[in-house]
Design a binder for this molecule. Sequence first.
Ligand SMILES: Nc1ncnc2c1ncn2[C@@H]1O[C@H](COP(=O)(O)OP(=O)(O)OP(=O)(O)O)[C@@H](O)[C@H]1O
Ligand SMILES: [Mg+2]
Length: 456
Amino acid sequence: MKFTDSRNSTINEALQGIKILKLYAWESFFQKKIQKFRDDEMVHCAKFNYIAAYQTMMYVAIPLFINVGTFGSHYLMGGDMDPSTIFTAIALLQIIRMPLTMLPMMIIGFIQAQNALSRMQKYFDADEQFDFTEKSSDESISLKLQGDFSWEESDDAKKEEEKEEEVKGEDVTKDVGTELTEIKLETQKFTLTLNQSEFVVKKGELIAIVGEVGSGKSSLISALLGEMEPTSDKNSPSNKRQQAFRVVSGNVSYSSQVPWIVNETVKNNITMGLPFNQEKFNRALELCALVDDLRMLPAGVNTEIGEKGINLSGGQKARLCLARCVYREADVVFLDDPLSAVDAHVGKHLFEKCISGAFEDQTVILATNQLQVLSSVSRIIVLKNGAVTEQGTYKDLYEKKGEFMSLMDKHNNKTKEKEKEKESEKLERGKLRGESMDSIHSDHSVEDVASQKPSR
Ligand SMILES: Nc1ncnc2c1ncn2[C@@H]1O[C@H](COP(=O)(O)OP(=O)(O)OP(=O)(O)O)[C@@H](O)[C@H]1O
Ligand SMILES: [Mg+2]
């Protein structure tokens, strides 16, 4: 069963990503991997079938052996061999034949049932989702979050932890002199920590969440959505949980970091089950700069989008998800890095027209790595290792010259490096084409971050 599971999950993985698999010519790698699981499975299948064949043979042979053995010993011991004794004995032996042949099948059935039960037990034993949602009496507050939150540990991680604890408990002196062949990375569990009144958002605010990669921006949005569980203290499990709460006023819309596209038309991907309204729909397309893209699609808004948005570019997928949020007109909008996959000028359009424009009356939480747009948000929250290190307006943080400014410096350096790379690429291309240097430099523009004025 274990090997069948492994084989099936690998086949599923290969089929789900068949396009990429073909594109990168990974067929032989996957074929070998599947073949390995199949070989292991075959060894067990062969064993199982040998036992089944042996069982069938015994089913046919055992009555004969029993009859010969019983009557032979009866005769040798001087017993009467009259028909009444013999036929009665045969009838009785016939009765126990059935239960005897069923015994091996019962053992196999018992093992299989035990296996299935242990799988189901794991599901039934899983923790109930802890609801830490509360209602706020203050109508001006849109979002509130407090507590320590962590991601649920996977089974593999739990097993690893158990193993580590076992190793710790063992006598370490016996390992002296043995060579370590494996380098182990020290694992650290990610925890999002939000103290009292750290995360309070008023209605209509546009909050930007910034921080380095892996600092917990997406996790903060997940905690607000109730996807992340409050951490329970090992010593007093209920204590820490009781302190955690989240307040979300009104309905929400969410654009995830990895765009979520369904196998439907562009139109249905935007309306997502809501009644169609041409005016609202056109507005969403315009605000998300999708009009030109739709002209390129064969059937415009009625173009069927393939599985996982296969016939759309990364930027188109991100904008489609953003358009879905515009169309929904929810009270609270969560946007997880919607500008990462688009060009700088499209990003500027999206931010000005859509994020800070169209969502003007809505509460917006924008997790982003595009720091050039931040001068016009209501408040910036800086995260580091899952904790809020700074928060305030762009001006406050600029004057404070703390964590945010060091992020900004890094971002500016990266942008400059990219600009330089682009410039040298253009120069190279220009040289190859024999263009004049003037024409190469004429279309070059660098965005001035500091010149942007706050709009909300
Ligand atoms: N669904 C999840 N299950 C388990 N762990 C997760 C999950 N999502 C994120 N993590 C972990 O939480 C930590 C923070 O990740 P998160 O995605 O919140 O960072 P981020 O700031 O959004 O990064 P990025 O800038 O790359 O988007 C990481 O260590 C990551 O491994
Ligand atoms: Mg993220």
